[in-house]
Write a protein that binds this ligand. Sequence first.
Ligand SMILES: [Zn+2]
Length: 411
Amino acid sequence: MIDRSRIERDIRTLTQWTATPGEGTTRLAFSAEEKGARAYLAAEMEALGLVVATDGAGNLSGRLEGTERGAPAVLFGSHIDSVRNGGDYDGPAGIVAALETVRSFVEEGRRFRHPLEIVVLTEEEGGRWGAGLQGSRAMVRGLSDEELALVDGEGLSKAEVFRSFGLDPARIGEALRKPGTVRAFLELHIEQGPLLEAEGVAVGLVTAIVGIREFVVTLRGRADHAGTTPLALRQDALRGAARMVEAVHDAACSRGETAVATVGSLTVRPGAYNVVPAEVTFTVDMRDASTAVLDEVEAAVRASLARVCDDLSLQGEWKELMRVAPVAADETVVGALREAAGKLGLPTLSMTSGAGHDAMIMAGLAPMGMVFAPSRGGKSHSPEEFTAVDDLVSAVAVYAEAVALLAQEVS
Ligand SMILES: [Zn+2]
């Protein structure tokens, strides 16, 4: 049985390791706070009889062998690092879920053909060096020397911090998992959005993680006197940007219910009350689970940019910052989650994840699936992040049964 009080206790225990008590969770990768949380998790895993190890990239794992020698393992976990002044659930919910899953199996004496392995993946948020998903990338693709040379806010390189943590940067390649050694990867995570709460459903089944495209657009016009230049003679870059903000919204809005697009940052030059804006730079972030939809949204935004430049005599520049393809969850894993929910009589909601997760990297190694638990008010990356423990219990129950199905229980 999934135990409510143990889940509550684990969440509370992890919450105490924060660099900003009273102001949310700040637990950066390889910090003293993260070390404290790791020590707790390692001790809990050892107490369950798991073989605890830390790989070349700092990923912590706890493994329980299955009944068949050499069978690929079912991996499940999440992260314990946080953003600055974040919440108590983004990451820890998935770690607590993994721990409680194995606890309940050990308690009930359940045995499986495939090994079970809890993974605590490092530096997911990128809060320290700015390149997130480090642990999963190290397992699936490896990390480059350039990445090891990245420095944090205090001037410490990733390689230096690895050394002080007792890791040898030259052996980071040992974190790589061989293809065929992992049967499936499951991650439970808080939704970080409002849908589950709105529907009154405790368990979200992720069918895909969105692809993300980010661009920087610059519109150039001409700076003129705001009093003496007639409106008809102006080349106002901010008017162009204003039209583009609407065009970006409309481009996503007109293409299905799931696509989103955002202008999140805008800089006006020269930025004076009495000068016609000469230049505006703004960002465009577009997300959807379908590459075809993303292509359409991008094409629509680019067509609008050409039209706006034409109409207002502006010059437009378009630069790509980031392009990440959508990742679909594996049908077998989603099927196992659905079957588990059916067995438990718990309603689920199928959804796409609008945020990136380690699971999307792990999909490059093994069939992947994710479970979402509701976020109160949709809030995340803030001290107000909250998930009701009853909802967590339901989500963990479905996740644990799916792990059992994928690991093939033996009687
Ligand atoms: Zn997270």
